[in-house]
Write a protein that binds this ligand. Sequence first.
Ligand SMILES: [Zn+2]
Length: 146
Amino acid sequence: MLDGVSAVLGSAKVAYDLTKGLLDLKEGAAVQEKAIALTGILIELQGHLISAQQEHMALLKRVNELEQLLDATHTKRQKFERYRLHQFPKGSSAYVLRDEHHTEEPKHYICGVCLESEQKVILQPRAMGLVCPKCEAFVYTSQESL
Ligand SMILES: [Zn+2]
């Protein structure tokens, strides 16, 4: 699209130069009047095209920013798709590494509170449960083996 806008700008410049050439011929007041009107239109057209080109550049920049954000979000999603919500017998819950990933990492639980802010924090054992070392959320696990 940028090439197209540049081409239009180039054509408008050529039309402007031709119109200016008509003015130089001075072949009658009617031709001169029309050429002046045409020049005004062409100048206005150039202004619109320059604005459109600037808007296009701003949109390209925004698309680039959004693509980077999408990539980052996709990476985070992949990171957390490795976990599933696990509910302990007494009703408390935490995210546990899915079984298919136990060959890569040992089984562990991550904090659901921290996960909401897209942070992976591994819960640590504490009497009768697990605790988040970051936000100190406690997950009651009772006697279930972890
Ligand atoms: Zn936490």
